[in-house]
Design a protein around this ligand. Sequence first.
Ligand code: GDP
Length: 328
Amino acid sequence: MRRRKLTIEQYINEIKSGNRFALSQAITLAESRLFEDQSIAKEIIGKLLATTGNSIRIGITGVPGVGKSTFIDQFGILLIKSGFKVAVLSVDPSSQQSKGSILGDKTRMNQLSLHPEAYIRPTATGSHLGGVAQQTREAILLCEAAGYNVIIVETVGVGQSETIVRHMTDFFLLLMLGGAGDELQGMKRGIMEMADALAINKADGNNRDEALKAKRNYEQALHLFPPTKGRLNPKVFTCSALENQGLSEIWTFIRRFIDHGKETKYFRLHRQQQQQYWLNELINRQLTQDFFQQEAIRKMLPQIQQDVMDSKLTPREGAERLLKAYRN
Ligand code: GDP
């Protein structure tokens, strides 16, 4: 389904005035595989760049069922009541295969999806994770230009997607459950290390004690990580998204974290590092793509792969031969 497109100027004016339809269309252009659409999106984003960046970008992750959508639904309403406009985006690795996304589904956030001050964008599908990351970063910029001043990017707690979300947000919140067997819930140390706060959700009814116990355990685990200069130390919370308990404490901490980071310049440095990270990522991705598409490489690769597998050639030698051919 392709609608008639607006002119670039119209897109820019409509997005700036907060027109959600124009915003959605621009994000769709940025997600498109068509070169023509992408170049329009690039131009729109380029011209809107000066109006971007003025939001608090919050990443939220956790295993399926931990309560992400319930949390974001309540949390989003809390922020709106404090005067913010909230956009919710998602990075969903599972949607690449299934197309049936489990994130970014409006029906998962009943209150927020109906609210005029909220914008929920279903997950981009049909692309590899690098592509989804790029699209989500562009969607963040477009939402900021449209006046959303808190951007929530959610992701399922599996695989690489947390790293990607971590690299596009100012604050990373890890939702967890208390009393779920293994204290660290198979959680890779690296993910905990990335978090600016942990929230043990479902701290209600019979779960309350387990949640408090888990909180203490995680507090101890976090102590083992070295502090980061200029950044407030991560904190552990308990909350109940369902009963709307403990969410305002998390929001207060996020505000304090951001304010503190702005004072110490950590906030700015962190965003600059992220820009640099994405620059490198894009260069790497493009170079890799170019490399494997080159005629000479395509011809040589199967034999070299075979020789390396048969130990007739070391991986290092194989790579050197290929790179030499690529450069010539
Ligand atoms: P998601 O898969 O991480 O998005 O999790 P959902 O938000 O869909 O929640 C999964 C289930 O847990 C739903 O049945 C929710 O009603 C329930 N749930 C979410 N938050 C809480 C909570 O704070 N307390 C309790 N008891 N249940 C919750």
